[in-house]
Ligand binder design. Structure first.
Ligand code: PRP
Ligand code: URA
Length: 212
């Protein structure tokens, strides 16, 4: 996967440690939610070394100094509902004033095709870097659908962040949208015959929100 210029697979022991706990079927909802946020923060910290900045003047107790800060509206966060919601706080930890758009997609359990049921994006999103969030990248259908919607709204700079992906999903998104930067914390083996990631962590939305 690293063969693609726009695909980054994180191989950091701190992330691997947290993902191992996340996978464990005995990890409860509260810890699962906290880990999803923490992993997201670690990924965003690494992936946004090139975040747009602005120059500001700051008065210290001793003198005035030229400093660098993150540009206004530099990024917009867009979670794919539902499970992407679990990653939003992890981005807000680093970009506390970032606005949030929402894209609602669910996978048909039989066909695995994504179906859109909601889309609300902030004005001006097309001028910012979009951080598209979904913990799971399985067939890639949901991510491709969400990116299609964002591009229809004029978004030109989109970064997809997933906690767990499989090669099939990464390739599908990359082929459909080679300009989109894809960041996956951990690449798993394969999908099973009903579209779940192996070894994976099960259903991310259910584990985040306590549903079945
Ligand atoms: C899950 C997950 C992704 C999607 C990934 O959502 O959160 O959005 O499946 O699968 P794909 O790559 O094959 O499209 P799901 O449709 O189960 O909805 P939920 O988040 O509401 O549970
Ligand atoms: N969605 C999930 O929540 N888990 C998977 O393994 C695949 C898709």
């Amino acid at each position: 996967m690293q063969k693609y210029e726009n695909v980054t697979i994180f191989d950091h022991p701190l992330i691997r440690h947290k993902v191992a706990i996340l996978r464990d079927k005995n990890t409860g909802m509260k810890e699962f939610r906290e880990l999803v946020e923490e992993i997201t923060t670690l990924m965003v910290f690494e992936a946004f070394k090139d975040v747009p900045t602005k120059t500001v003047m700051v008065e210290t107790p001793l003198e005035t100094t030229e400093q660098t800060m993150v540009a206004d509206n530099a990024v917009t966060i867009v979670p794919i509902l539902r499970a992407g919601l679990g990653m939003v706080n992890g981005v807000h930890t680093l970009f506390p004033t970032a606005r949030v758009g929402h894209i609602g997609l669910y996978r048909d359990e039989e066909t695995l095709e994504p179906h859109e049921y909601y889309c609300k994006l902030p004005d001006g999103i097309e001028n910012s870097v979009v951080i598209l969030l979904d913990p799971m990248l399985a067939t890639g259908g949901s991510a491709v659908g969400a990116i299609d919607l964002l591009k229809k709204r004029g978004c030109k700079n989109i970064r997809l962040m997933n906690i767990i992906g499989v090669p099939q999903g990464v390739e599908t998104v990359h082929k459909a949208h080679p300009d989109v930067k894809i960041y996956v914390s951990t690449l798993d083996r394969q999908l099973n015959d009903v579209g779940y990631i192996l070894p994976g962590l099960g259903d991310a939305g259910d584990r985040l929100f306590g549903t079945k």
